[in-house]
Design a protein around this ligand. Structure first.
Ligand code: ADP
Ligand code: MG
Length: 594
């Protein structure tokens, strides 16, 4: 088909299985009925028994011999055609809704059909119905479905929905098979998008000098991921593309440092989203890496070390603007979701040489459900870190105004123990739309009652300085959600999130991750005007980011208002990412062999 490509574009689809999954929105069922359900549409084999007209309306009485009944029909929009068509004794296939009127069955304004016995699909898509129909007829066949990698059961459900023979095929389709097809199609597309390139070089540096000198032992998961990275980096026929996903505090920096060791004596570069984070990793590198590894910190202002000669360069996006950045066969991006795709690609491309690309590791603190990770790994290898090195001990509670006095006491208690408190406000300035105090309205209260109160927010130019000073000297930090970025405040043990129900679970989880980073007993209070909130309640029950990613999916489907931080982009009609792990697993196996 000539114009198929344009039609595919209009339908926003890219694969034949995408098309196969665009099922009819309804069906015109012209199979003859052998019983009557009032209120539903039926088709009968009928003979005209009586015809009369009055007030411009036409009244026809049909005999339905199959059912041994007669049926009244009124025609309100009458044309001469109707009189010609319905003469006494003629036989018709009539179609329409059957209702009961004054104790009698009637079918008003029935259609007279030329033929019966079909279940005709109706498509409502972005293109003309006739075009859609010809696309389907042209492309969707058993042969095509088999050659796309589907098997009997899946082929049957698709054929049944586009070319139904019985009404059962469309009224209760095989949903397991549909889930499978969705997962399979999605992964096949991702696999098709993956392009691999040879690496600049194989990196096999010894990580022992680093691992042996750590003041703690790495967790099993950290070791496993380090293994995976080692397997990646030692190849030179394929540049690594790996996304390492681990909750806040799961110890991802150790993976970064280990990877820099693998690269040594070659160079590696790490890009972090804020200078504070870059500094933090730089400090950890200084602390934990052997001194043979020369470090440099690159920021817009105040760089440290000499990046021209350094072995491991850590920096912000300022790296992207240095045209004398040395070539490095390993690049890494921390908190990768804080960067745009372009910035990440730019870093990779800076190091690309002809067809050879650097090994590329990305780290993310946004947990995704395991099913989603399994699917995603068709495009990019995924490692999950699901445990944290410390057992965090955080109590989470939904609170309201009536609990405020107790909250205040607990804050004083924590501060007396040299711990710190964080209060998150929904916004900076007063707003009529939001039934909570803003940062500006709230700060006076705290400043009057406590000594070392610090304030910052997203647009605050000085926020990094404020955070650094707070880390050393502060008791209470008032902020908006800016602190979401992974800066470490080890003495933080109590967080209050005002208007918590307005935030997505992923955001709440990031915020909660700020407290108890080093295992200190901590508290997270979700302050709300309406404590009856199932979403918040279930959030208090779990601390696992992976569980929360699942909950987020569940509540997203239930239509809760969220702040847009949930993972978007994957929408399935049948597949449930929270539940269908087994199906995804099987589909993945099939994709591998297709
Ligand atoms: P993430 O980047 O995943 O949020 P970090 O790498 O910042 O987490 O680690 C959080 C804290 O845990 C840091 O202080 C780090 O030094 C420490 N840490 C990392 N791995 C371990 C471990 N295996 N045992 C004890 N502490 C660890
Ligand atoms: Mg980190």
């Amino acid at each position: 088909m000539q114009e198929a490509k344009a039609l595919f574009q209009k339908l926003k689809i890219v694969s034949l299985l995408d098309l196969a999954l665009l099922f009819p929105s309804s069906y015109d069922n012209t199979t003859l009925s052998n019983r009557i359900n009032k209120g539903e549409s039926h088709v009968f084999d009928a003979i005209v028994k009586e015809v009369s007209s009055f007030n411009g309306k036409l009244r026809v009485v049909f005999d339905i011999s199959d059912l041994n009944i007669s049926l009244n029909s009124m025609f309100f929009r009458v044309t001469p055609y109707h009189y010609k068509l319905f003469t006494v004794g003629t036989r018709h296939y009539i179609q329409g809704r059957v209702d009961e009127y004054r104790g009698e069955l009637q079918m008003n304004q029935p259609k007279s059909l030329k033929r019966v016995g079909d279940i005709v699909p109706k498509y409502s898509t972005a293109i003309k119905e006739s075009s859609m129909r010809s696309l389907i007829e042209h492309y969707i066949s058993e042969q095509m479905l088999y050659s796309e990698g589907l098997e009997n059961r899946e082929v049957a459900v698709i054929m049944g929905l586009h070319y139904p023979k019985t009404i059962e095929q469309v009224s209760s389709p095989d949903s397991e098979a549909l889930k499978f097809i969705e997962a399979f199609n999605h992964m096949k597309k991702l696999k098709g998008k993956r392009a691999d390139f040879p690496a600049l070089m194989s990196l096999t540096g010894d990580i022992n000098p680093f691992v042996k000198n750590l003041p703690f032992v790495l967790t099993n998961e950290q070791l496993m991921v380090i293994d995976e990275v080692q397997e990646d980096l030692k190849r030179n026929d394929r540049a690594s593309k790996r996304l390492i996903i681990g909750d806040v505090g799961s110890g991802k920096t150790m993976i970064i440092l280990a990877a820099a060791m693998m690269a040594y004596p070659q160079k590696s570069i790490l890009m972090a989203p804020t200078s504070l984070l870059a500094m933090q990793i730089y400090e950890e590198a200084q602390k934990f890496l052997p001194s043979t590894i020369n470090l440099a910190l690159v920021k817009q202002s105040k760089s440290e070390g000499d990046y021209l000669t350094a072995d491991f360069i850590i920096g912000t996006h300022a790296i992207l603007f240095k045209d004398d950045m040395p070539n490095a066969p390993l690049v890494m991006v921390d908190e990768q979701h804080r960067f745009g795709t372009k910035q990440r690609a730019l870093l990779e491309n800076m190091m690309t040489n002809d067809e050879r690309k650097p090994h590329f590791l990305q780290l993310s603190a946004t947990p995704i459900p395991r099913t989603q990770a399994m699917m995603q790994s068709e495009l990019i290898d995924v490692s999950l870190i699901t445990t944290t090195p410390f057992d965090k001990d955080i109590s989470t509670e939904v609170v309201g105004k009536e609990n405020f006095r107790r909250l205040l006491e607990e804050m004083k208690n924590e501060i007396a123990q040299k711990h710190q408190v964080l209060i998150i406000y929904p916004l900076v300035e007063e707003s009529k739309e939001i039934p909570y105090q803003s940062l500006d309205e709230g700060r006076g209260f705290w400043e009057k009652r406590f000594k070392h109160v610090y304030v910052t927010h997203g647009k605050d130019k000085k926020k990094e300085e404020v955070l650094i000073e707070f880390r050393e000297k502060g008791d209470i930090l008032l902020a908006t959600t800016v602190v979401e970025v992974g800066i470490s405040l080890p003495r933080l043990t109590l967080i209050v999130i005002v208007g918590a129900e307005r935030l997505g679970l992923a955001t709440l989880h990031q915020l909660r991750g700020r407290v108890g980073r080093l295992g200190l007993k901590s508290w997270c209070y979700l302050f709300t005007n309406n404590k009856k909130n199932g979403r918040l309640e279930s959030f208090t029950q779990t601390e696992s980011g992976f569980e929360i990613a699942k909950l987020d999916l569940k509540f997203r489907n239930s239509g809760d208002i969220l702040d847009g931080t949930v993972q978007s982009g994957m929408q399935f009609k049948w597949l449930d990412l929270a539940e269908d792990e087994r199906i995804v697993q099987v589909a993945k196996g099939r994709v591998k062999h297709s």
